[in-house]
Ligand binder design. Structure first.
Ligand code: DGJ
Length: 732
């Protein structure tokens, strides 16, 4: 083992000699995480809970705990290294340039920067005392929103590259009695199925090894509830996600003190990373909101944070739209599309979105077996090109948007024939397809240029193009990159470099086209993380648009994402009446994917009225606070209310989710939340289907106090399966 004279060692020694204990607190309005050095200058988590009134008391916290013993003093390490004293699951594991696999991390320094009145960043440097190897922990804290974002930077000055075998984003510690974890399990058209369980000893892991479309099976979203199962309006909860668009792993470990260790980061599976001297490896972020008053408050904090600080144009506007995917699939031409532009105008939506099937000539994209990768307009379907469609749509008063899936290729394509080395595949093995396609190698800068070029060409040739839907349908099979091989870069970088390549492309897109709205889609909801949402204005949660299923899915997504970012389309899935389908889609960013020409006169009249209503209340749904009132997982009903900032307007949505005959009607009023008790409100049912009346007394006025303590009965029944009520402050 080589011994290095390293500045960090001197710093470390001086701290040790002075015997000074260092205490660092990371605080938001309702939460404090307190870290402290131990006798050997290792930094540990000593507290997670409500902030103390006097921060001078934080150093005292550890005096009351006895975690330090020869067998388990390791559990609460703030970033647990491997290969020395620690025998528990590490946050970081490395092999130094000389082949030695030991790592010790001790506190070197820290600083706290107050970025503005609401945002602060704490940066903590840890270092090894034998090797010039540093880890810098970053904590961004948003005080009002009670959101924390954590990531880590790893670097070294060793002569030889260091092999990073594991490199977590965060390593948290919660000393509590009991832990309840809600995780979300997915499949195509079955996204966001929640499962809550009490954690027992050992490690519970949630992970993905899919590469792309990484959330197809499991999701990096979680709710951790302390001492009691997660509840909407009480209890301490941590609710968040690993913001990474590739393989992830979240480990929840109840240790032998029955405290919880939580380590989250890129999945180390097949991803050893060779870090050169002087380079910095930056991990993705763990983002989480904290509340001591339940999931309602935590998710409102996360939504406010996402709108203001993360989702592209999160505080801006969105375009309602008509999409042609389910109306035509691959079967369309210019005339058919022109008819659909007219439908979009008649419905009153802002934009027409042309989906899959518009490209490929030698191998026309007439089904999902050919053409992917050949991004030239198909001359049979679109002889006058995209520009003509944009202009035709414009003539009809609607904007035009387009679907792409630029990371993928069908083997039946010119792209595949000309650039086999751009495709992720094992050259010596049979190809394995997912939806008849393969993934392009985004670790290769030439492929990045190609993907960027697809978007750039579309916008350069059609400056009026107003929207992009960016799809990604296949995971990575047979992971192997000809580019990395040629460059002498280990194959184990592929999963990570793919994602970095994707971010590079999107950085370039956003540099040139900063604000054009883009929908993130991945064969439904296979993607949707707060890293990609820096580039996207919204995401497609699922291809499953059956409205009862959607109520559940939208409910579960709503813990993590504000409605402005969640695209909800009215389709023909399911047996529910049109009103029900429209009412459900009105809780997110509204779109349609139906053949409007097949609607009856009444249905069309209803849709037009509902779109007008949506335009009038969308500000409340997009930018307001969401209160989940009645949980469909536990009741026959789902009820949710959105309230604007000034508490002058609200929209109250109610849906029957169980149509058994014994369910006759909502028997009791539903207590509203989020209103101002001292304000007087007028309550009115909207989105009534032509020919039906309301059971809600129009023009009746109630105080906010009454509406929140007594409530209002939406009179949902088998004959009124969805009820939307507008609540406005009475103007006198
Ligand atoms: C999968 C998406 O989820 C659908 O909305 C649609 O765009 C198809 N791909 C098109 O191939």
């Amino acid at each position: 083992m080589k011994h290095h004279l390293y500045t960090a060692s001197f710093l470390l020694l001086s701290t040790l000699l002075s015997g000074q204990e260092v205490t660092i607190s990371i605080e938001t309005e309702c939460s404090a995480t307190v870290l402290q050095t131990d006798r050997e200058n290792r930094l540990q988590t000593i507290y997670f809970g409500e902030p103390l009134g006097d921060e001078k008391e934080y150093p005292e916290i550890s005096k009351g705990t006895q975690y330090y013993d020869s067998n388990a003093g390791i559990y609460n390490s703030v970033y647990t290294p491997a290969g020395t004293w620690n025998l528990a699951e590490p946050a970081i594991q490395v092999v130094h340039g000389d082949g030695n696999a030991s790592l010790e991390l001790r506190y070197i320094s820290h600083r706290k920067e107050q970025i503005d009145g609401n945002v602060s960043e704490t940066v903590i440097v840890l270092g090894d005392d034998l090797y010039p190897f540093r880890v810098t922990l970053h904590y961004m804290a948003w005080k009002r929103e009670n959101v924390i974002e954590q990531w880590v930077e790893i670097e070294h000055d060793e002569e030889q590259p260091v092999l990073l075998k594991k490199f977590a984003s965060a390593n948290l510690y919660f000393p509590r009695e009991e832990f309840y974890l809600t995780t979300y399990h997915n499949a195509w058209a079955k996204e966001m199925q929640p499962e809550e369980s009490r954690l027992s000893r050992g490690i519970r892991s949630i992970d993905s090894k899919l590469g792309t479309r990484a959330m197809l099976l499991q999701s990096p979203n979680f709710i951790l509830s302390l001492d009691q199962p997660a509840s909407e309006n009480s209890g301490s909860v941590i609710l968040g996600q690993l913001a990474w668009s590739g393989n992830f792993r979240l480990d929840f470990e109840v240790d032998s003190y029955e405290n919880l260790r939580f380590i989250a980061g890129i999945n180390p599976y097949a991803s050893e990373y060779r870090l050169e001297k002087g380079k910095v490896f930056k991990t993705p972020s763990l983002v989480y909101a904290v509340s001591h008053r339940g999931t309602g408050e935590a998710s409102r904090g996360l939504h406010a944070w996402a709108r203001k600080y993360r989702v592209l144009d999160g505080e801006g506007e969105r375009l309602t739209l008509l999409n042609n995917w389910e109306a035509t699939y691959f079967n369309f031409d210019e005339d058919k599309l022109a008819g659909l532009f007219g439908d979009a105008r008649e419905l009153g939506v802002d934009l027409f979105l042309l989906d899959d099937g518009w490209f490929g000539n030698r191998y026309p994209r007439n089904n999902d077996r050919a053409g992917l990768g050949d991004w030239q307009e198909n001359v049979d379907k679109l002889p006058h090109g995209i520009g003509h469609l944009v202009r035709e749509a414009e003539k009809q008063g609607v904007k035009f948007g387009i679907w792409i899936e630029p990371e993928m290729v069908n083997p039946k394509s010119e792209l595949y024939e000309n650039h086999l080395d751009w495709v992720i595949r094992q050259p010596e093995r049979p190809e394995k397809y997912f939806r008849n396609q393969l993934v392009l190698d985004l670790s290769n800068p030439r492929v990045q240029d190609f993907v960027y070029g697809i978007v750039d060409r579309l916008f350069t040739e059609n400056p009026e193009l107003a929207f992009i839907k960016w799809d990604c349908n296949a995971p990575i099979y047979n992971a192997y990159s000809a580019y990395l091989e040629a460059e002498g870069i280990p194959q184990s970088h592929l999963y990570i470099e793919y994602v970095h390549g994707l971010y590079r492309v999107l950085d370039r897109v956003r540099e040139k086209y900063p604000m054009v709205p883009m929908m993130l889609c991945s064969g439904g909801g296979g993607r949707g993380d707060y890293r990609l949402l820096k580039y996207f204005t919204e995401f497609w949660p699922s291809d499953d648009t059956e409205p009862v299923e959607r109520i559940f899915m939208q409910w579960d997504y709503s813990y993590f994402f504000p409605s402005i970012a969640v695209d909800c389309h009215v389709t023909n899935w399911g047996e529910q009446p049109l009103k029900f389908r429209v009412d459900v889609a009105s809780m997110g960013k509204l779109g349609f994917d139906i053949v409007a020409g097949e609607l009856t006169e009444n249905e069309m009249q209803f849709c037009k009225e509902a779109v007008r209503n949506y335009h009038s209340f969308k500000e409340v749904v997009w930018h307001g606070d969401l209160y989940r009132l009645v949980d469909p997982h536990k009741n026959d009903l789902a009820s949710l209310i959105y309230v604007n900032d000034q508490k002058t307007r609200a929209v109250f949505f109610n849906y029957l989710v169980n149509e058994r005959y014994m369910i006759t009607a909502t028997e009791e009023p539903i207590k509203l939340q989020g209103l101002d008790p001292s304000k007087i409100y007028r309550v009115k049912e909207i989105n009534l289907f032509p020919g039906t009346g309301s059971r809600i007394k129009g023009e009746q006025e109630y105080s906010g106090d009454f509406l929140m303590k007594v409530g209002i009965n939406p009179a949902v029944s088998l004959r009124r399966t969805s009820v939307v009520i507008e609540i406005n402050e009475a103007v006198r």
